[in-house]
Design a protein around this ligand. Structure first.
Ligand SMILES: Nc1ncnc2c1ncn2[C@@H]1O[C@H](COP(=O)(O)OP(=O)(O)OP(=O)(O)O)[C@@H](O)[C@H]1O
Ligand SMILES: [Mg+2]
Length: 334
């Protein structure tokens, strides 16, 4: 039986750009799918297709049991959306914005008012509730936009980078809200550039690149597939990076990643603490001074890097540059 979101072979082209090149997804009811991918991978386009804002060229999508292409109006009744860029009315106050959404969803005035007050409290906006939103900071707008998506509790929610631009405290606040929502049975498709967020919230993760799902699994499954632990070394002198890379290449089991500006080298290894001691000795023999060295388990960042060749990059909410994700200097292991 298909899940709350079911997508098969979704294709969308914009002129020469194939934004979606056959996306397949399946999100069981009451679970969270984290959609990860570098800038331009097709995450927002997927969300827009599934929320009826965009018509795909080909493919099939069923949301909350309704065919998205055949019955878009019925789908709209069952979903909530928080887009990548906050969509609040600048001239209305926070409270008015939320009440208006309630009224659009046919809530009675009293109920809309009560729901607005509840959300303003929950999202820490009560003090600013009666100011026009054009006076809000970026993070406040973002929170209001999320609150607006939660005025009614639809069975299926879409959130496109919900916490981009939020400070750590507010990000945590939103994570709590999302967890409560999902424990109440809501199905959520969430895109994010914060891999920690996917790690925290998503039952399942789909990595998208060039309009296709290139990997799928739980966070642990994806990490296991990336294999082994990582040794991270920070050398004291930038000039020592090439020699340190040579040393690590001798011990490593894969590509070495070099972050020039932090003088940090990372390499996948097997062999644990014993190997770490050998690496330290070798570096010492060559007279390379190190500021820091450690062994760590793979993170979702490593997964992302090994799958897409990009480092995940978070953007500020009002950053509309669509440049390529930063690529670390990457050296092939011998
Ligand atoms: N309306 C449009 N017209 C032309 N090209 C578009 C349009 N919308 C998206 N694209 C292109 O489709 C591709 C996928 O874009 P999309 O916005 O889905 O990426 P994304 O994964 O959400 O990226 P980001 O992480 O930057 O938000 C990009 O190459 C983008 O430039
Ligand atoms: Mg996007």
């Amino acid at each position: 039986m298909p899940g709350a979101i079911y997508v098969e072979g979704l294709v969308k082209t914009f002129g020469d750009v194939k934004a979606l090149d056959g996306v397949d997804l399946d999100v069981p009811e009451g679970t969270v799918l984290g959609l990860l991918g570098p800038n331009g991978a097709g995450k927002t386009t997927t969300v827009r297709c599934l929320t009826t804002l965009l018509r795909p060229d080909r493919g099939r999508a069923v949301v909350a049991g309704v065919d998205v292409l055949k019955h878009p109006n019925d789908v709209r009744r069952s979903i909530g959306l928080s887009g990548q860029f906050a969509a609040v009315d600048e001239y209305l106050t926070g409270r008015e914005n939320l009440q208006m959404v309630g009224r659009l969803y046919q809530m009675r005035p009293k109920a809309a008012k009560a729901r607005a007050a509840e959300l303003l409290e929950q999202f820490d906006l009560a003090d600013a509730a009666d100011r026009p939103t054009k006076t809000y900071s970026g993070g406040m707008r973002r929170r209001l936009d999320l609150a607006a998506a939660l005025v009614v509790s639809p069975p299926v929610m879409f959130m496109d980078e919900p916490t981009t631009g939020l400070d750590p405290r507010n990000r945590q606040l939103l994570w709590d809200v999302i967890k409560r929502l999902v424990s109440g049975g809501t199905t959520l498709l969430l895109t994010t550039q914060y891999l920690e967020e996917a790690d925290h919230l998503a039952h399942d993760i789909a990595v998208v690149d060039h309009g296709r799902v290139i990997a799928r699994g739980t966070s642990d499954e994806l990490k296991a597939r990336t294999g082994g632990e990582r040794v991270e070394v920070v050398v004291h002198e930038r000039d020592d990076i090439p020699t340190a890379a040579t040393v690590l290449r001798g011990f490593g089991k894969g590509d070495i990643t070099v972050e020039e500006h932090t003088r940090k080298l990372t390499v996948p290894v097997t062999g644990g603490a014993k190997l770490l001691a050998e690496i330290i000795r070798d570096l010492d023999t060559r007279g390379i001074e190190i500021d820091d060295i450690g062994l760590r388990r793979p993170t979702l960042d490593d997964v992302f890097l090994s799958l897409t060749g990009h480092v995940a990059e978070s953007k500020d909410e009002d950053d509309d540059t669509k440049g390529p994700a930063k690529r670390p200097a990457k050296e092939a292991a011998k």
